[in-house]
Design a protein around this ligand. Structure first.
Ligand code: PAF
Length: 280
């Protein structure tokens, strides 16, 4: 496994492999790797000849009052996990090389980024699509892997790649969960024991949504009301949104018919958690 700080060297080495016809798989991350990331790496390992993992906490996707500075970081452990998982190249750029002085070009996907998480984090997806574009330009992957936990991010990135004719396939992998159902996330590390014990309420509410759907409930308002009630039982929980939307357009549905995304963001104490399920 080779660790690259320089985008020039990485691009050169990937270029050599591409000219030999090798398939390049990219797993973009912000580090503090967990089983969710490792499942993406395993899939990339199966699909590609060369697996590249990027580790970069991207300031452009954090708001001014958000957790960029305290976002959990553990490069040593991340590199050990990459090594054990058969990663070929790890790209760990520094801030200055990704956002040099005077940086002013951004990539934005309109429409899809307005609702759900975009409503409370209006700058967020522009930061994500900009850094992912930069990573695609540096690594030129054939396939790039993202987690379904960030359902809106996955839809936005697919739309970006399609609309801008980026020559990359986007693969979205299922959510990795703790034993009690909590979706794996680097931000789970912020939860104190009392908060941690209440955090599974997100997934419990999504399971309730699935049960109600199985019992033929098709009114999103009724499902949302049930989910709300369940989450509001937890004293550290504050619901930001619960939405039932079309999984491609992310527009709210009036009645559930066909594939539908149930997505939510909830603060547990100060920690903002997201999760979702797809009803089918
Ligand atoms: O999902 C993430 O960890 C980040 O949003 C990503 C895709 C690595 C971009 O910084």
């Amino acid at each position: 496994m080779k660790v690259y700080r320089s985008k020039v060297l990485l691009r050169k080495d990937v270029g050599l492999l591409k000219r030999k016809g090798r398939v390049i798989g990219l797993v973009p991350t912000m580090g503090f790797l967990h089983e969710g990331h490792l499942s993406l790496i395993r899939k990339a390992r199966k699909d590609s000849d060369c697996v590249v993992v990027s580790i970069f906490v991207n300031p452009a996707q954090f708001g001014p009052k958000e957790d960029f500075k305290k976002y959990p970081r553990d490069l040593k452990k991340d590199l050990a996990l990459c090594q054990c998982s058969g990663v070929d190249m790890v790209f760990v750029p520094d801030l200055k090389s990704m956002y040099p002085e005077g940086f002013s070009a951004y990539v934005n996907v309109e429409g899809l980024t307005k609702g759900l998480c975009g409503a409370s984090r209006p700058w967020h997806f522009r930061g994500v699509t900009t850094i992912v574009t930069k990573l695609f330009n540096i690594v030129s992957p054939d396939i790039a892997y993202f987690g379904q936990k960030d359902a809106q991010q996955a839809v936005v990135i697919k739309k970006m790649a399609r609309d801008l004719d980026m020559p990359v396939r986007i693969k979205v992998m299922p959510i990795a969960r703790e034993r009690d159902g909590l979706a794996m996330s680097s931000r789970n590390a912020y939860l104190n024991p009392a908060e941690r014990s209440q955090a599974p309420a997100l997934y419990k509410s999504l399971r309730l949504a699935r049960d109600l759907y199985k019992r033929k409930e098709r009114d999103p308002e009724k499902i949302i009301a049930g989910m709300r009630k369940l989450i509001e039982r937890e004293k550290h929980a504050r619901i930001e949104y619960i939405s039932i939307v079309d999984p491609e357009t992310l527009v709210g549905v009036k009645r559930i018919s066909g594939k539908t995304l149930v997505a939510l963001a909830v603060r547990i104490g100060k920690t903002r958690l997201i999760d979702n399920v797809v009803l089918n």
